[in-house]
Structures are given as C-alpha cells and as structure tokens.
Design a binder for this molecule. Structure first.
Ligand code: ADP
Length: 429
C-alpha cells in the first residue's frame, strides 16, 4: 500500500447539516472514449445498477445522450426503468459529464451526493507501471499521460475523463482501473517478444494485453459457475466482441493473452487483422508505397471480418454465409480457425484446462461461432451439448456435453461491475 492509495479511505460522509453520517456506497463508472462517454452508477451495498447511459458524437452538432434510470434490486432494465434521450451539440467531455450530472441529479442521484464513494475510470494502458487499480493524484495522472505513445487512441480520452470528473468532485477519489493490469502476471518470457532486448526495453515493446477487466471478471465467474475456488480452476477465456482476445488463466492468474503491445495482435476481429507476418508491413510499405499511418489504419480499421468480406458485424457475416456468400463464409472460417489455434495453444500452455469460456457480443450470442470453434476438439476434452449451446440466455451457463472432460461456458461479461468492485474495494480497504 502506498501513501497515495490510502489517501482516501473514508466512506462515511457527514451530511451538510452535520446530522448522521451517510454511508457512501455508490460508484460512478466512466469509460471515456475520444468522442463518447459511457457511464454507469452502481450501488455497491447490493451491487445494483442505478443508472446507465452513453454520450456519443461529442464535439459534433449531432451529439446524443441516452440516459436510463434503472429500478429494481438486480438493476434489471425495464423494471420500472426510465429512459431519456437528449439530442443536440455537446462541445466537449466537460459538457458531456455536465449533462450526465444533470441527468443523474434529475433522478435524485446527483454527483454532489454524499453517497458517492468513488469514480472508477476505465484506463486502457497502464504500461508496466500500473498493475493494480490506483487512486489518481497529479503524479498518477502524469504517468497515465506518459503512456499515451503506447495507446494514442485511448489514453488521452481516459485522461480527459479523469480530469473532468476530478473537477466535478474533487473530494471523491478517482480510481483508475487498467485494461492491461490483469495481464501483468504473465511470465517475463511470455511478455517478451523475441527481438533485440535493448531495443525492446528502449521502446517499451512487450506483450501487455487488453480487455483485462473482462478476463478477470469472466475467469472468476467461470470458477463460480463450476462451484470451485478460483485457485483450483484453469480457464481459457475467449472475449469475442468487436475487438477480441483470448487469455489463459491458471488459478485466477493470467499466464498468457493474445493481444500484445497493442490490441492489434491475436484473434481475427471485427476490423483488426490479428496475427500476421510482420513482413506484411514492410511489403506494403516497400511494394505498395503505403505510409505507416495508412498501414496502421488498414490493419486496425479495414481488416478482420470487415476487410475479408465487407461486414464487421458477426450477425451479418453469419446471415450472408448462410445464404452461400463465399467471402462471408471464408471470413467466418478464418475467424473460427484462429480461435481453434488459440484454444489448442492455450491448452498446451495451461497443461490442464477446466473450462473454455465464451464472452462479449459474439461469444455470448453467436452459438454458431461456439459450435464451430469447439467442433473437432474432442481430443482436447471439448464437446458441446448442441441443444444447450443453441439456447439464448443472459445468464452464465454451461453448454458442454455432460461427458466432456473440459467445461464449455458462456459468461456475460460485466466490465463496469468489475471496475466498480475494484474501485470500491480500494477506497474502502
Ligand atoms: P465491443 O464492446 O467490443 O464494441 P461487444 O462485446 O458489444 O463489442 O460485441 C459487439 C459485436 O457482437 C457486434 O459487432 C456483433 O458482431 C456481435 N453480436 C452481437 N449480437 C450478436 C448476435 N446475436 N449474433 C452474433 N453476433 C452478435
């Protein structure tokens, strides 16, 4: 524990009139992107969700805020929930968070409430410096800023979100929760690329991994689903959203993950290529005459499913493949083939696998992807109950055949709850 981390551990706040103290158990979770802010207000007393929302197209004329107040102990939407929308220009993140604060205040859950215990911020890159959730002070903020060269698209917006939230509630701890942190336990020989060591060190080139908050949550939830202590469970987590990554988690500790220096490496994704021969980059530059920025954009934004068939949404890829569209079928087959390779590789890394868990938009919803990825892996102990696999459900569940040695699970991820849990644990310890 550093002095910084213990700086704010008070969660009982006196009311303005000096009457009985209020127990602060609410956490606002902010996920600030370059032109959007996603937020959730949670009550950690019962882990319920009080409000969720999104501000998008910040800085444009057509900005939009969607806010939903959630009612019901489990935070389930629709149980008396109230959804509101605001259209019109929102100039910057300051204005965006101001508008969010107004919406929350209108619901009687304003950010000036003494019940607010912390603001939890998703921060994409923590480098090697941040391996735990951290209360932000000026020094921490400067260090997060210094990591911008490693995450030029993400960290600047995360910093802005923290700065604005700090101005809004200077007295409430702002906690940074890093996407890279869960992967910091990877052994050095896994994190290192096999390149000149001095060059790697000079430029901070190593495998960091991303989606860590999701991998942490889902690996623990898998152990719970199996009814075993997390220490006893080895799991391969497949986080398949628009971005996609795999991780090998031994007894709750991450030992390998597929994203690397940046989120470009690993699985085939919606718009990213994932693994490729690095010489593709030289070839495109030398023979194709493309600039570094053009290649960056090609591999990050115009590749993956989109590059291969023109659609990055798996629903569309599946629909077209089902109608006999060859490009869509090839894109799907490539996507699934890469998944199989990682399941095989991580089975070898772990030695013993207890579960393979699918999560995020594709992993939770596309039964065809789960079926195709596991198909033919009986020798690795994997087999599905095809009927169970085809059932749509928002619940964590097992979809493996009863006789299978390795469980196959579907666990909806909840990064916001995980960020709130980590932030709240830090400020109340
Ligand atoms: P991210 O958080 O990375 O933006 P999500 O985890 O929300 O992404 O996943 C989004 C993706 O999930 C969509 O691009 C789409 O491909 C996929 N998806 C969502 N619903 C379904 C579905 N019913 N069937 C297949 N794929 C789906």
């Amino acid at each position: 524990m550093t002095a910084r981390m213990t700086a704010r551990t008070t969660v009982t706040t006196p009311t303005r009139e000096g009457s009985a103290p209020v127990t602060a158990s609410r956490v606002l979770v902010l996920n600030s992107g370059s032109s959007s802010v996603k937020y959730q207000l949670l009550d950690m007393a019962d882990r319920s969700r009080l409000a969720v929302g999104l501000v998008e197209r910040i800085g444009e004329e057509t900005s939009r805020l969607v806010h939903e107040r959630l009612v019901g102990a489990d935070g389930a939407a629709g149980a008396g929930g109230d959804k509101r929308e605001r259209l019109g220009p929102i100039a910057d993140h300051e204005a965006a968070l101001g508008a969010v604060a107004q919406e929350l205040a209108a619901d009687g859950m304003g950010l000036d409430s003494p019940e607010l215990a912390a603001v939890g911020h998703r921060v994409v890159h923590g480098g090697t410096r941040f391996t735990q959730p951290t209360v932000v002070d000026d020094e921490v903020l400067a260090e997060i800023r210094s990591l911008v060269p490693l995450a030029p698209l993400h960290n600047p917006a995360n910093v802005t979100g923290i700065e604005v939230a700090r101005r809004l509630r200077a007295d409430v701890p702002q906690v940074a929760v890093f996407d890279t942190a869960f992967h910091s336990t990877m052994p050095e020989y896994v994190a290192r690329y096999a390149i000149d060591a001095a060059t790697a060190d000079k430029y901070s080139i190593r495998r960091y991994g991303f989606h860590g908050t999701s991998h942490a949550y889902v690996s623990r939830a898998t152990a719970a689903l199996l009814g075993k202590p997390v220490e006893d469970v080895n799991v391969i987590v497949l986080h398949l959203g628009n971005g996609a990554s795999a991780s090998a988690v031994r007894g709750g500790v991450c030992v390998e993950t597929s994203m690397g220096l940046t989120p470009l490496e690993g699985l085939v994704m919606g718009t990213r290529s994932g693994d490729l021969d690095p010489a593709v980059v030289f070839h495109l530059a030398r023979v194709g005459g493309l600039s570094v920025d053009e290649i960056d954009s090609l591999l990050n934004k115009k590749s993956g499913l989109l590059g291969m068939c023109g659609d990055n949404d798996m629903r569309e890829v599946l629909r077209r493949a089902g109608e006999g569209d060859e490009a869509a079928a090839t894109a799907f087959a490539s996507y699934v083939h890469r998944l199989k390779k990682y399941i095989g590789a991580y089975s070898a890394v772990l030695g013993r696998v207890d579960a393979v868990t699918f999560t995020a938009g594709v992993g939770e919803n596309a039964h065809q992807v789960r079926e195709a990825a596991v198909d033919g892996l009986a020798e690795l102990g994997l087999a599905l109950d095809l009927e169970a696999n085809a059932v749509r459900s928002p619940e964590p569940r097992l979809v493996s055949a009863e006789y299978a040695r390795v469980a196959v699970a579907v666990v909806p991820t909840d990064e916001e709850l995980e960020i709130a849990t980590q932030a709240y644990a830090l400020v109340t310890q």
